[in-house]
Design a protein around this ligand. Structure first.
Ligand SMILES: [Zn+2]
Length: 274
């Protein structure tokens, strides 16, 4: 499932393949219409054809594409949901199997937005006024762009009594972590994911802030190939505890456990996380 590193990877793919280029044709089969709500695939195709990609930004797990269209700036907000990916290819090569939006670019390349399960979102933002989009305005700081400072993290987590791993999933607190990196960061910080967020103390907050940075850096470094395959779709598992229930902890050799918190699986090590 895409989290900050995978979305950052998508931003890089988009920039490398399409930045500065004009979209000569766009297509979106109606099977993917759910992704375009509350708009329609036809409206997105109409708006994007002929536009030039001027900027690609990432905020948390959101991609913000700014286009220069016939009638001025236009935004496209892309959220990858559970299975979304942006893939670049030669325009002559076959489209991705679950391509929901295909952009043919000036210069012979093409971009596919591929999303088998359709939990992603693709939405036009008039005037590229992303600041007027409520879900973006509500996001907390982005760990990659804004950093994660220990004192700030301790104060932010101090405002909730939820278990620390559950609090880390809250995009209003910190934008970009999901189920994988919240668990990985707790493991790296030797922190019990069930511990109350408002009872960390400065030493654990410091360890957690460093762990969040390290976990994201590790994942970004592992994504160098031309195409990304999510762990859940059979890709390699570069994580220390995520999806490793019953395996040995790489630090203390105890068996990794799976616990359910807020309806999500948490993987953690009872041997070394306190
Ligand atoms: Zn352990």
């Amino acid at each position: 499932v895409p989290e900050l590193p995978e979305v950052e990877y998508a931003a890089r793919t988009l920039r490398r393949a399409a930045l500065g280029r004009r979209i000569v044709a766009a297509a979106a089969p109606s099977a993917g219409r759910r992704l375009f709500r509350p708009g329609t695939p036809a409206a997105v195709v109409r708006a994007l054809a002929g536009a030039r990609l001027a900027a690609v930004e990432r905020r948390g797990k959101h991609l913000l594409l700014t286009l220069e269209a016939r009638r001025g700036p236009l935004g496209l907000l892309s959220h990858l949901g559970m299975t979304g990916r942006w893939l670049a290819r030669d325009a002559a090569a076959p489209a991705a199997p679950h391509a929901r939006l295909t952009l043919r670019l000036q210069g012979g390349r093409a971009l596919d937005y591929d999303d088998p399960r359709l939990f992603g979102r693709l939405r036009l933002v008039p005037g590229a006024r992303f600041d007027a989009v409520p879900e973006l305005a509500a996001l907390g700081p982005d760990p990659l762009h804004d950093g994660v400072e220990a004192a700030w993290l301790e104060a932010a987590l101090g405002r909730t009594r939820r278990p620390v791993k559950v609090a880390l999933l809250d995009q209003r607190l910190l934008a970009g972590l999901g189920n994988i990196h919240a668990a990985e960061a707790c493991w790296r910080a030797r922190l019990d994911p069930r511990r109350r967020a408002d009872r960390l103390g400065p030493a654990r907050a410091r360890a957690l802030a460093a762990a969040i940075r390290a976990s994201l850096r590790h994942a970004l470094a592992a994504m160098e190939g031309p195409e990304l395959v999510y762990v859940e779709a059979g890709g390699p598992n570069p994580f220390r505890v995520y999806a490793r229930e019953g395996e040995r902890c790489p630090r203390c050799r105890a068996a990794i456990r799976r616990t359910v918190q807020a309806q999500r699986s948490t993987f953690w090590c009872p041997g070394c996380q306190r």
